[in-house]
Design a protein around this ligand. Structure first.
Ligand code: NAP
Length: 248
């Protein structure tokens, strides 16, 4: 069991914290006594998160593709005390069937889901920024493992994220920083709502493919908390599928 003690006075950076999965992780960590730097673009949504735990949650609203800004905020947050980990939950999906392939859209998905996650890891990789024993979690997707029509860009970004994590976990092992990814199936969030039109037979057809039903943000936050905690100290370079049985 992950107790409150695990997270008391720890420090984490969460991307995509203005909504859905990232927001829930930020709330749960702050509730357990961690200081959280919550990143996203939507200032109002971030503000509504901050008021829940004003002492524990700091917010910064900017586009994560602005890597110089990302560097500034990571350095500023870690000046007060080193990090104990970070979570990359920022992500987008657009329907990208081959017949309508648009490289600008493809590139934006790759940059948001993959490049910015790797950049976050790069910025947190040194023991000047992160404590020994830190843990980094990338939110990938079952789309990175199993095919769905029209998901080429999203699946490419998420599959690459799983592969990158394995290499980076090796590179960061000397610094005693663990790196893992998780691959959720369908979880009820804003992103899922925006994807309803992607499925010709309706989103119900995808929901039916999850024997355990679709997930919620608590399911994902619980697994992420385990991976951020010292309870998972022997786990690095792994990808955890959490999908109600979708991929079986
Ligand atoms: N929901 C699912 O079924 C599901 C399944 C598997 C994997 N995932 C993955 O889980 C992660 C979280 O998804 P979610 O369902 O919670 O989605 P969501 O509710 O749409 O949240 C996405 C988050 O990403 C942020 N974001 C997107 N582009 C950004 C950018 N350029 N700069 C800064 N922030 C940006 C958004 O910030 P703003 O709103 O402030 O712009 C928002 O906080 C994503 O990586 C997604 O691919 C989700």
């Amino acid at each position: 069991m992950i107790t409150t003690d695990e997270f008391e006075s720890k420090r984490f950076i969460i991307t995509g914290a203005s909504s859905g999965i990232g927001r829930k992780i930020a709330i749960d960590l702050a509730a357990k006594g961690s200081s959280v730097l919550a990143l996203g673009r939507n200032q109002d949504k971030l503000q509504s998160l901050k008021i829940l735990y004003p002492e524990k949650i700091e917010i910064e609203a900017f586009d994560i593709l602005d890597f110089s800004q990302l560097k500034l905020v990571v350095e500023k947050f870690s000046e007060k005390a080193k990090l104990d980990g970070c979570v990359h939950a920022a992500g987008i999906n657009k329907f990208t069937p081959l017949r309508a392939l648009n490289w600008n859209v493809f590139e934006k998905i790759m940059k948001t889901n993959l490049y910015s996650g790797i950049e976050l890891i790069r910025l947190c990789a040194s023991n000047k920024i992160s404590n020994s024993g830190s843990s980094i979690v990338m939110i990938s997707s079952v789309a990175g493992i199993k095919g769905e029509m029209g998901f080429t860009a999203y699946a490419s970004s998420k599959g690459a994220l799983i592969s990158a994590v394995k290499c980076l976990a090796l590179e960061l092992s000397n610094s005693k920083i663990r790196v893992n990814s998780i691959s959720p199936g369908v979880v009820e969030t804003e992103l899922t709502k925006s994807m309803e039109s992607f499925y010709p037979d309706g989103i119900e057809s995808v929901v039916k493919k999850h024997p355990g039903g679709i997930g919620n943000v608590d399911d994902i936050s619980n697994l992420v908390q385990f991976l951020l905690s010292n309870k998972s100290r022997w786990i690095t370079g792994s990808n955890y599928i959490i999908d109600g049985g979708y991929t079986i």
